[in-house]
Write a protein that binds this ligand. Structure first.
Ligand SMILES: [Zn+2]
Length: 516
């Protein structure tokens, strides 16, 4: 007797439903609507659909839904329900709009939320279940465990995770597997919102071992796992390592993974073969039902995005070259730092551009702001000493390297994940980065208003909550004294600032010199 099971895996959809690029409304190979038409061609029998999180935040439609339609049915939940998803595992970004928004989403969802390591203050599960046993028509039992990166407190606003604790993924998995084995499953599937800390072939660490990603440790410690679904790093992975099939299906709905398992019954069910592949959305047509399902949210999104909120004097502030914009500090950086300084009263400001920030057209729209600053961040003001500030700048200076006798971007900011957003540019100080110097000795001058900064000097510094909690390996910012917090979405602050100012006169402070 044989039985086949098919698993379809999505992750890090980031609220993208429609196949368009919201920065210019051109068609793009993304979104659940495209994936859907292909998913629907799979036979419903023994079909398991799993999304491993970072589902709610990222696209302008989610921004608009959160800001204007918060209590209406969550559009991602509509689509996941329409596709009959079975399981959802929360991602870190799913906390970005706060507890109530996330609860509204999981309440709207027909899928079971699985998460074994996020707990209430009474040490009870914060979400639905820790694991589920999926039983097929003929009785094959698959144990499915949900886990979420335990690193969330290092990024998220305190109020969004108040009274929630994030337990160790490895320890929780160890305990849950003992519980699961009592159910005698025929296969074990782990669905984890997190990625891999080591190179999958050389087993060398490729990122800092902070427990943000523990996929490699899971593989090493629990060889009994048959399938490990991952996400968070936006990588496209589908392969087998030893006896475990691993999947990570890219981002924004660029595609999905399919995993087919075949079991045979002798005394008990045995997994006898498997098939797996990544299905790229490029070949799929969008599902019209889904387009119709979110048409009112889309209409409002486009209206809000097109709203003109102000003007730039003389000419547009477009970013035509991402590298140049960082090498020579684009005036948009100066503008955003200026806004941060004004709303916070801090002495120094740091900000980073997104991987693909667009800049502002001369007639500034909400679309321009959200395409330049797509993060759901708030601002935090910390008190920092001169010596710690220098450490932070040295960390930033790692962004550059010398390649073929030219200044270039260090490898670690492009692979395994693009992380250009981890390079900050400061205002309120003047400094020089000499890239040919050894790491840790690259800041060759550091002044404020022309005066050298002493290690014992003290400054108020405004930065986003992600960075203030140490995000992007900026441990130096963690545990600093917090002067104040501005809980409003910073993108909303930018929009309101432009609406109030009406005409923006860009300036360039030329305070950062990056030299060979
Ligand atoms: Zn994530």
């Amino acid at each position: 007797m044989n039985e086949k099971i098919t698993i379809l895996h999505t992750s890090d959809i980031h609220g993208y439903i429609l196949p368009i690029n919201y920065t210019n409304n051109q068609p793009e190979n993304i979104g659940l609507a495209k994936i859907a038409s292909e998913m629907k061609t799979y036979k419903k029998d023994n079909l398991i659909l799993i999304d491993t999180g970072d589902t709610l935040q990222g696209s302008p439609m989610m921004y608009v839904h959160h800001k204007y339609l918060e209590n209406s049915f969550q559009p991602m939940a509509k689509v996941l329900n329409y596709l009959s998803y079975d399981y959802y595992i929360p991602g870190n970004h799913d906390f970005n709009y706060g507890k109530a928004y996330l609860k509204n989403f999981t309440n709207n969802l027909n899928a079971t939320t699985l998460c074994a390591n996020i707990m209430t203050s009474e040490n009870k599960l914060y979400f639905g279940k820790s694991f589920d046993i999926y039983t097929t028509k003929q009785g094959v039992k698959i144990a499915i465990i949900g886990l979420t990166t335990e690193y969330i407190p290092n990024w998220e606003q305190a109020s969004h995770i108040k009274d929630i604790s994030f337990n160790s993924v490895i320890e929780t998995l160890r305990k849950t597997l003992l519980e699961i084995k009592l159910c005698n499953p025929d296969a074990i599937l782990v669905a984890y919102h997190g990625g891999f800390e080591k190179d999958l072939d050389s087993h060398k660490l490729i990122i800092k071992d902070t427990k943000e990603n523990v996929g490699s440790a899971i593989l090493e410690e629990f060889p009994e796992i048959d399938v490990l679904l991952t996400g968070h790093q936006h990588r496209q992975i589908i392969r087998k390592i030893n006896n475990t099939i691993i999947s990570q299906p890219s981002k924004n709905g660029e595609g999905f993974s399919t995993i087919e398992l075949e079991f045979q019954k002798n005394d008990s069910w045995q997994l006898i073969s498997s098939n797996f592949s990544f299905r790229n959305s490029l070949d799929f047509l969008p599902d019209q039902n889904i387009i119709d399902m979110v048409s009112s949210e889309e209409k409002l999104t486009q209206e809000k995005l097109n709203q003109v909120i102000g003007f730039i004097e003389n000419k547009a502030l477009l970013i035509n070259n991402q590298f140049e914009a960082r090498l020579n500090k684009h005036p948009i950086v100066t503008l955003i730092n200026k806004i941060q300084l004004e709303v916070s009263d801090a002495m120094i400001s740091a900000m980073s551009l997104a991987n693909e920030s667009t800049g502002f057209k001369q007639k500034i729209t909400v679309r321009d702001v959200l395409s330049t600053y797509p993060f759901a961040n708030t601002l935090t003001v910390v008190q920092i000493s001169g010596d710690k500030l220098k450490v932070a700048l040295e960390e930033n200076a790692k962004y550059f390297t010398i390649k073929d006798n030219q200044i270039a971007i260090s490898e670690e900011f492009s692979t395994p994940k693009k992380q250009h957003y981890n390079y900050d540019m400061f205002d309120g100080i003047e400094y020089t980065i000499k890239v040919s110097n050894p790491i840790g000795q690259r800041i060759t001058s550091l002044t404020r208003k022309g005066k050298a900064i002493k290690p014992t000097d003290s400054f108020s510094l405004v930065l986003n909550n992600y960075r203030a909690t140490g995000g992007g390996d900026f441990e130096i910012f963690r545990n600093l004294d917090i002067v104040s917090e501005i809980p409003k979405d910073f993108s909303v602050i930018i929009i309101e600032y432009i609406q109030k100012t009406k005409t923006i006169s860009p300036t360039n402070t030329n305070n950062i010199k990056v030299i060979k």
